[in-house]
Write a protein that binds this ligand. Structure first.
Ligand code: HAS
Ligand code: CU
Length: 549
């Protein structure tokens, strides 16, 4: 059963989208500037610091664009499948404003040059207290959204005692449980460590503890981005291509596995860090390979959906089914290219996670290449794919042929830019090129010319990407304000009529949360205990110089 979104609802969901697309523009502009600086051909004007724009880029795209888009999209999915009450809607607005005030506070500190600490805000880099307070508000706002979603789901379950929950609502709840448990780590670091330290109440900070708490959150953060894309792949794309959901149970089971294995793996970002025992690093490496499984299940499920739908339409042969796919429909094309990008993107992830191999790529610009394939291509192209129907649906307009065509061009421009930029990053990373660095020269060695070429390629890719961003912002404005009035479909796929019923155990929430917590306790108790117990006295009692300021 699908519900109709009311006018007040649509306004709330659109509010999140406005912030998301404004962020896309600002963050994308910073990305362009970064690649230009790294090319060695351009110096930032007005004394602006490289690390300042790098911080804007990471925070605005990695944390703000994603969180706003995801929470807005998830609210829309919940409104469509289980409904939202007037009271919940009010709390929805509270979540929006708390997040927006937090974002603004953080943004101001970065723009004033008081928080050039990058999106990971590693201590001993120190920002103005308002930076951390703003971040804390964004997290609190997202918690309010999580609680609203849980409540929506709970009330629906109570009203429909013997029915299975709508798949998309189930997925949203999983993602928000994961997010809630994960953000406890970063909230602890911010509230207990960073805020007192930046206010001057304490004059030292346990660096390793803060980084460990950050990555306890940082890995599930990337799955918090990925899962909404998977929601669209599992439950929306089949409708767009004229098919059915491949397997409701498989989709639910893969999300449950994501809940279990997304969190107890953060140490794979700290494999080269001293002070953490290698046994526990190894254990988390093994758990990281566990979290690959639900992605492989997803790949399998996507192929199956495409093939079954194609055969039903009468396309035979080994690859005949590829031909039936609606290549000219941007709602399909953009996410599909996202999937393609995830093949090398995921493979790169496996390389990163392979413990010793990590020493080759860690802290090189290879990692930047990796997350521009996964986050900035797989996830972002899927989010764009969603926007092409969601924005007009929310504003009561139509996705016109010409916007569709522009969207296809946008998708290709984006893909081309990312191929060039991310490809050059991967290669330069393998030759040791550092990440998080404005270095554009490598003093007098034979690598100078080679790196110069890669960095030039990154600037070319970055410029192409910026054109794609301008196109996307234009498309957004068009769909939000100028497209002809009409009713754009909110595509939600159905199961086959003769599908096997989904087993009841998939909704054993208490058990899923208990297993999740047990796995976290198992993976993190000893490492955290070590880090606290063996902290050097008075870890870092000075202000770290930031950038070249
Ligand atoms: Fe990662 C670093 C390991 C996935 C994002 N990652 C990062 C950072 C970010 C990030 C932002 O182990 C940098 C953080 C920082 O600032 O330091 N990553 C992995 C692994 C996976 C993975 C094992 N990462 C992601 C995703 C991200 C993301 C998803 C964002 C959305 N990553 C690492 C590690 C590091 C790391 C280390 C630390 C590196 C270091 O040293 O600092 C896995 O989840 C990947 C599994 C995925 C697959 C692919 C399945 C393919 C599918 C597509 C099917 C295609 C179809 C179409 C159906 C195995 C589902 C086909 C059609 C045809 C016609 C062919
Ligand atoms: Cu990770």
């Amino acid at each position: 059963m699908e519900l109709t979104l009311t006018k007040p609802e649509r306004r709330l969901y659109m509010a999140f989208m406005y912030v998301a697309f404004i962020s896309l523009f600002i963050g994308g502009l910073m990305g362009l500037l970064q690649t230009l600086v790294r090319s060695g051909e351009f110096t930032l004007p007005w004394g602006i610091d490289y690390y300042q724009i790098l911080t804007v880029h990471g925070v605005i795209l990695g944390l703000v664009l994603t969180t706003f888009f995801i929470i807005g999209f998830q609210y829309a999915l919940m409104g469509k499948t289980v409904g939202i009450s007037k009271k919940q809607l009010r709390w929805g607005w509270v979540s929006f404003w708390v997040m927006t005030i937090g974002t603004t506070t953080t943004a101001i500190t970065i723009l004033l040059g008081k928080a050039s600490v990058l999106y990971t805000f590693y201590a001993p880099l120190k920002a103005h207290p308002a930076f951390y307070i703003g971040l804390a508000l964004v997290i609190v706002g997202s918690w309010i959204a999580a609680i609203v979603n849980f409540r929506q789901f709970y009330l629906w379950k109570k009203a429909h005692p013997d029915e299975k929950s709508p798949l998309l609502a189930f997925m949203v709840v999983i993602n928000m449980i994961m997010w809630f448990i994960a953000t406890l780590g970063v909230a602890a670091a911010v509230l207990i460590q960073f805020i007192p330290w930046s206010l001057g109440f304490t004059n030292s900070i346990n660096v390793l503890l803060s980084r460990t708490l950050f990555w306890y959150f940082g890995h599930p953060l990337v799955y918090f981005w990925l899962l909404p894309a998977y929601m669209a792949w599992y439950a929306i794309l089949p409708k767009v291509i004229g098919g059915k959901i491949f397997s409701d149970s498989l989709a639910r089971f893969s999300f449950i596995l994501f809940l279990f294995f997304s969190i107890p793996v953060g140490l794979h970002h700290q494999l080269t860090e001293p002070g953490l025992d290698s046994t526990w690093k190894f254990i988390q490496v093994v758990l990281t390979f566990m979290v690959v499984i639900p992605s492989l299940m997803t790949a399998f499920s996507m192929f199956a959906t495409f093939e079954i739908t194609g055969r039903k339409k009468g396309y035979g042969g080994l690859f005949g089914w590829l031909r039936h796919l609606p290549w000219k429909d941007v709602r399909f094309l953009a996410p599909f290219i996202g999937m393609l990008a995830f093949i090398p993107g995921g493979a790169g992830g496996l390389i990163n996670a392979s413990y010793q191999v990590n020493t080759i790529v860690h802290n090189t610009i290879w990692v930047t290449g990796h997350f521009h394939l996964t986050a900035a291509t797989t996830v972002v192209l899927t989010f764009f794919g969603i926007s092409y129907w969601l924005i007009p649906h929310l504003t009561g307009r139509k996705l016109t042929k010409s916007v569709n065509r522009l969207g296809i061009i946008q998708t290709f421009v984006w893909t081309l830019g990312m191929l060039i930029m991310s490809g050059a990053m991967h290669i330069q990373g393998l030759t040791g090129g550092p990440r998080r660095s404005s270095y554009s020269e490598y003093g007098g060695t034979e690598q100078a010319a080679e790196w110069g070429a890669y960095q030039m390629a990154q600037a070319v890719g970055g410029s192409i990407l910026f054109i794609a961003i301008i196109l996307m912002v234009y498309i957004f404005i068009k769909m939000a304000f100028f497209a002809p009035k009409g009713d754009e479909e909110f595509p939600i796929a159905q199961e086959e009529l003769d599908a096997q019923p989904t087993p009841k155990w998939t909704e054993n929430w208490k058990l899923w949360i208990a297993i999740t917590i047990l796995l976290i306790i198992f993976a993190y108790t000893v490492p955290l205990f070590d880090v606290i117990q063996n902290a050097p006295p008075g870890s870092v009692p000075f202000d770290w110089p930031i950038g070249n300021s």
